[in-house]
Design a protein around this ligand. Structure first.
Ligand code: V47
Ligand code: SF4
Length: 400
């Protein structure tokens, strides 16, 4: 590892003026020891951004060096109409306002998938609202059709929110249901729907949908079937620091059991066009601290992701010095969740070249991965030359 990183950590360890608790936590990180929930809360309440940045960057570089991963993906959002009424959601339209939303048929979705024929995408991320017609059979048939059309396209689809609803309605157990989905073509599960696990907060912001235990159980079942998944945390609304640490603690415990989580993705609450718009958004300092503390706390997660359509490109770049080593993907303007919630990214789409240049601009090493982190292309020395790499309809940046 870069000696400079050791030096930064050593400065902290030898700083007599540093608060004794923070020195103890720094020593634990240096010794690769796990921090406790109390220490996690202490970091949120007392540590500076610079301090958590040094620890998180040490861990990041010990695990990954400068390597920063991304993939070439696109999203399909079958519908934005939803039976649930999460207060933070800017995206869903209640059933009574159904005409304002969209509801794709099986064929509509397959036509979107077919638009990518011959394009070098490796993953389709499918997630959207919850509606009765998107039932067990709908998704089994959809996964089978995608795999029949393009077997190598990784299907990362739905969250425990949808699966809980679908299985209950279809009267199948979680175990049977997940097994059938995997047999039909489900490759992995994205991290959404986790929000905040604490029951009291969850009931205030996302009542009625699956609870924490159900969310965790469905991930556990998928892991037991040999598949991987991600985990998110919606932060920066009415939750406390203790709620954030409790959320990460539950994830850390399940990860000890299954090892099936790949990536943790903190999702910053964005306040436009939803029922929590009266709340101010947290600052970029808070965002970076949160990335760093999650890197320190989740010692059994390999990857921490900055989801750039939500956080914006600039903070995503900065986050690479605060524990983050993954930038999600090119996306191709196929998700509306964050543009509708007020993100600075109104048409989220990056060419491979733009993503590579963003990563290189902060002295990191860009690597294209597939969903399960197999390396597809190392872009450190890659010469784009005059090659057209614009990822569908984007202006190609010419070399300077
Ligand atoms: O669960 C909805 C969040 C999530 C807002 O696994 C909001 O690779 C902030 O989980 N402000 C869905 N957040 C998106 C998601 C995801 C995204 C990218 C990659 C992966 C992955 C997963 O979006 C929801 C909810 O927590 N969300 N509305 C909002 N106003
Ligand atoms: Fe529906 Fe998901 Fe929005 Fe909640 S966050 S209202 S479950 S689309």
């Amino acid at each position: 590892m870069d000696k400079k990183i050791h030096r930064n950590l050593n400065v902290l360890l030898q700083d007599d003026t540093l608060d004794a608790n923070l020195r103890k936590i720094a020593q634990k990180v240096a010794d690769a020891k796990r921090i406790t929930p109390e220490e996690g809360i202490y970091l949120y309440e007392h540590a500076s951004l610079g301090y958590v940045g040094v620890l998180a960057n040490y861990i990041r570089e010990k695990r990954h060096g400068d390597k920063t991963y991304f993939n070439r993906n696109f999203h399909v959002e079958p519908t934005n109409v939803c039976i649930y009424t999460c207060n933070f959601c800017s995206y869903s339209r209640l059933i009574k306002k159904r005409s304002e939303g969209w509801e794709y048929t099986h064929d509509d979705i397959m036509n979107i998938i077919k638009k990518y024929d011959g394009k070098p995408v490796t993953e389709v991320h499918i997630v959207g609202g919850v509606l009765p017609q998107y039932d067990f059979k709908f998704y089994i048939d959809l996964y089978k059709a995608i795999k029949a059309h393009r077997p190598d396209l990784h299907v990362k689809a739905l969250t425990p929110v949808e699966y809980h609803y679908i299985f209950k309605k279809g009267k199948v157990s979680y175990e049977e249901g997940m097994k059938a989905m995997v047999e039909a073509g489900l490759d992995s599960m994205p991290g959404g729907g986790a929000e905040i696990f604490d029951e009291e907060i969850r009931n205030q912001i996302a009542k009625d949908k699956c609870n924490a235990e159900q969310w965790l159980r469905l991930h556990e079942i998928l892991h037991d079937l040999g598949k991987r998944s991600n985990a998110t945390m919606l932060y920066g609304h009415i939750e406390s620091y203790a709620n954030r640490v409790d959320h990460m603690e539950r994830l850390r415990q399940l990860q000890d059991k299954t090892g099936g989580f790949q990536t943790f993705i903190p999702l910053k609450f964005r306040n436009q066009n939803n029922d929590m718009s009266q709340l101010e958004e947290v600052s970029a300092v808070e965002d970076l601290k949160n990335y760093a503390i999650s890197r320190i706390y989740l010692d059994n997660f390999d990857h921490i992701k900055a989801y750039w359509p939500m956080i914006g490109r600039t903070t995503a770049q900065l986050s690479l010095a605060y524990g983050v080593n993954d930038m999600d993907g090119t996306i191709d303007d196929t998700t509306k969740i964050y543009s509708m919630a007020g993100s600075e990214e109104q048409s989220p789409s990056l060419s491979t070249r733009q993503l590579v240049e963003m990563v290189k601009a902060v002295n990191r090493h860009p690597i294209e991965r597939d969903t399960v982190y197999n390396v597809i292309e190392d872009y450190q020395e890659y010469d784009f030359g005059k090659e057209e790499v614009g990822f569908i309809g984007l202006p190609v940046i010419q070399p300077t």
